[in-house]
Design a protein around this ligand. Structure first.
Ligand SMILES: [Zn+2]
Length: 190
């Protein structure tokens, strides 16, 4: 498949952005790559929740130690060890719940700040749009040919590399609002 550049109207120097990024014959410099590469996945966990999950993991180890101590313990120590085990299990549970709450709060904060994408599902949309993008090496523009994302998708104007990431997010966001890609493109609506 070829696509004509909306700026210079030729197909000589146009190719998919994904192909251009992986083209060993014409390697891309780092700043350009940064402008064109797929945006990173939103972090599944916040730093605060990571610490809490790590602590939960450590407490989990102490639960295992308690269990193994109980296996070799004398009868009279059992009650004490069982009590200790319950306390440690409670600590693990509390840390996991706290981690989850902190994570949810971080996501909410990001949403309130207008951040997008914040979920993996939203990022998948961005990724789909990114995969449909073309560029023209002669004009240094990115564009979406007619029907690139779905049959009724209008051809985009030529976009400077610098505006590509914003445009990606905005297009994906609108696609999310419109209920996903139409099945006609072979991409099922989520
Ligand atoms: Zn061009």
């Amino acid at each position: 498949m070829t696509a004509a550049c909306p700026s210079c109207s030729t197909t000589d120097r146009t190719l998919l952005v994904t192909a251009a990024l992986n083209d060993p014959r014409e390697e891309m410099d780092r700043p350009t790559r940064r402008l064109l590469d797929v945006p990173r996945e939103p972090k599944a966990v916040s730093p605060g929740s990571t610490v809490l999950y790590a602590l939960a993991g450590l407490s989990g180890l102490s639960v295992i130690r308690s269990l193994s101590a109980m296996q070799h313990a004398a009868q009279e120590d059992m009650a004490y060890l069982a009590g200790e085990l319950v306390v440690r299990l409670l600590v693990v549970t509390a840390l996991l719940v706290a981690g989850r709450l902190v994570q949810r709060a971080a996501r909410k904060r990001l949403l309130a700040q207008g951040g997008w994408p914040v979920s993996y599902e939203q990022w998948t949309l961005v990724h789909k749009v990114w995969r449909a993008a073309w560029l023209c090496r002669a004009c240094r523009v990115v564009f979406f040919p007619l029907g690139a994302l779905r049959p009724d998708f209008p051809a985009s104007p030529p976009l400077r590399y610098e505006h590509f990431q914003d445009w990606l997010n905005e297009t994906a966001r609108q696609t999310e609002l419109a209920g996903g890609f139409l099945p006609a493109t072979g991409t099922p609506a989520p």
